[in-house]
Write a new protein. Structure first.
Lengths: 348, 236
């Protein structure tokens, strides 16, 4: 169907330079360059290092995306770019590049919300998203539950983490266990050999008194501290660390809370679709547990394949395509990068 | 031959369309706004405006010239990525020019009316732009050429170096800001890298159709990044 819009998406909110191209809901290219190796020794993303890497990567990554899709910029109908939230300097490289491309190719530009893009990317895998849906957004910087009733115009936050994001907890616990950064994938792997019930780690904001005020909020900082205490006590006693059991028990605590609250949100709103997005959605236990719990209530779970869960350009293109199809007006050429862009704004 | 000129290495955001002929460079349109915090918002509309004013579509550009800095990181990248992305779409070469060289050329070659060099030594000028964190990017120029390589230092250190290299005057917004420390007469103009000087410095490459250059910023500083220290224990 060549009458569907051909949309290019540019993502530079953190350490991945991503450029994706979609036609409607069909993924044509998803080129990515990552500076993650340059950050690994710092145990987290260094903003200036990320920004410098984006500047170097943007032109070659664009070339790769165009070659993969077999199109030229002249064929593109619109250019979407992450305008926020994210690292200010990193966002600015992508936004300025998108403007340069839009200006030179004389195409409309859409400055879009990175978090809404994490939700929209699922359309590339499972087609149009039924609305309303509940979205669980879990990444290195965010953990939120959202009510999605009109993705083109805005989403309604139901709850969010009150301290660390879920991905951040994975990264910090990985460091405790001597596993590499980013910590999500190595913990996921180590946990497969471990016992998820070996250690009873706390489930934040699930006690009845917390549920009253924070029914759909998350907290992972107490869990992180509990893991640290447990690990240190072992180390002081001179005992070997059962890495697989700690990883499995920690991962179970995170996934238990995330899925319980997500299903609770679906049931509270009477909604039959749960979409999970963000880097932590790549977690194998989260995917399995969500499926298992949702099935009981006839809720359909939609999770894109792992490569589409972490930051990429295809998700931005997917949201852009949705906006074009919904007839949303493009952004102005002076659109700003907004490091704190709220979820209630899908495009600027 | 029409070229687009951009520079975002200082608080000024500059976009211009220049015409490069066999023996001259003439500006056809120019926009400059001074706002250190809004490079990302201001540059693209300015590019569109200068193209419109010059009556040229993007497809009529022969090349793109960009100021490589030195400059504070975030703003500097806006100009370079704009130039690089436009060059990629249009399939035209991009050429980099050191932004201090453009100020140096304008200050010591009479490109700017207020610059009046009278003899090599007397005409030596310190060019300085603000590097933030109480430092300046600087270089000494004479007869349109570098006497020193671009560097970043504290104003007091630059004052000593400028005296060593016999600079008789200073230009640039960095020189204006630290005029008291530099102890040199500071000329009001040129204050920011002039578009005509940027274009002039790339004119030979434009005329020759030289190969496109990667626009690598002159950061002159390493990124602030510290490896984490050992984790604090949570147990008492
Ligand atoms: N298999 C996995 N299990 C758990 N966590 C994972 C897994 N894979 C990746 N992660 C986590 O996902 C996070 C990265 O997420 P993502 O790529 O969405 O971007 P981000 O830049 O951290 O956040 P945001 O999208 O909010 O800007 C990291 O914290 C990483 O540890």
């Amino acid at each position: 169907m060549t009458d569907e819009p051909l949309v290019l998406g540019i993502e530079t909110s953190c350490d991945e330079t991503g450029i994706g191209i979609v036609r409607g809901h069909t993924l044509l290219a998803d080129a990515i360059a990552s500076s993650v190796d340059e950050h690994a020794r710092f145990g987290g993303v260094v903003p200036e290092v990320a920004s410098r890497a984006h500047l170097e990567a943007i032109v070659p990554t664009m070339q790769r995306a165009l070659d993969d899709a077999g199109v030229s910029l002249a064929d593109i109908d619109a250019i979407a770019v992450t305008a926020g939230p994210g690292l200010a300097g990193a966002l600015l490289v992508g936004v300025a590049a998108a403007k340069g491309y839009a200006l030179a190719a004389e195409k409309p530009i859409y400055g879009v919300n990175h978090l809404a893009a994490h939700v929209a990317v699922d359309t590339l895998e499972h087609g149009a998203l039924p609305e309303p849906a509940i979205a669980l957004l879990v990444s290195g910087g965010h953990s939120s539950l959202l009510l999605v009733d009109d993705l083109a115009h805005g989403v309604t936050p139901l709850g969010a983490t009150i301290d660390d994001a879920a991905g951040e907890a994975f990264d910090k616990v990985a460091r405790l266990l001597g596993l590499p950064f980013p910590g999500g994938p190595p913990i996921d792997r180590a946990a497969r050999e471990g016992d998820p019930e070996a250690i009873a780690f706390p489930r934040g904001l699930t006690a009845p008194k917390d549920l009253a005020a924070h029914r759909f909020d998350f907290s992972f900082s107490g869990l992180k501290t509990a893991v640290a205490r447990w690990v240190e006590a072992r180390q002081r006693a001179g005992e070997a660390l059962p890495v697989a059991d700690v990883a499995a028990s920690f991962q179970e605590a995170v996934c238990d809370v995330l899925t319980a609250k997500a299903i609770d949100a679906c049931r509270a709103q009477g909604i039959g679709t749960l979409v999970i997005g963000g880097g932590v959605a790549a977690n194998s236990r989260l995917r399995a547990l969500a499926e298992q719990r949702a099935e009981k209530y006839g809720i359909q779970v939609r999770v894109p394949r792992p490569k589409l869960c972490t930051d990429n350009g295809a998700m931005v293109a997917a949201l852009g395509s949705h906006l074009v199809a919904a007839g949303v007006a493009p952004s102005r050429l002076d659109l700003p990068a907004d490091s704190a862009m709220p979820l209630t704004i899908v495009s600027v | 031959m029409l070229v687009l000129v951009v520079d975002s290495s200082t608080p000024a955001v500059t976009a211009a369309v220049a015409e490069v002929t066999a023996d001259a460079v003439a500006l056809r349109a120019e926009r400059r706004s001074v706002d250190a915090r809004a490079h990302g918002e201001l540059l693209a509309p300015a590019v569109r405006e200068v193209l419109a004013e010059a009556g040229a579509g993007p497809g009529e550009l022969t090349a793109i010239v960009a100021g490589l800095g030195p400059g504070p990181f975030t703003g500097l990248r806006v100009g370079l990525v704009t130039a690089a992305s436009m060059g990629q779409v249009l399939g035209v070469p991009t050429y980099g020019v050191c932004s201090l060289d453009a100020l140096g050329l304008a200050a010591t070659r009479g490109l700017d009316a207020s610059a009046a060099p009278d003899g090599e030594a007397a005409g030596r000028v310190l060019v300085a732009t603000d590097a933030r964190r109480r430092e300046i990017y600087w270089g000494v120029y004479a007869a349109g050429r570098r006497v020193t390589e671009p560097a970043v230092d504290a104003p007091a250190a630059v004052a000593a170096r400028a005296a060593e290299f016999a600079a008789g005057a200073a230009v640039g917004e960095g020189a204006q800001r630290y005029a008291d420390v530099l102890a040199l007469p500071v000329r009001p103009e040129p204050c920011f890298p002039p578009a005509d000087a940027l274009a002039a410095l790339a004119a030979d490459r434009v005329r020759a159709g030289a190969p496109s250059e990667p626009l690598t910023p002159l950061y002159l500083r390493r990124p602030d990044a510290v490896a984490p220290t050992a984790r604090k224990p949570v147990l008492p």
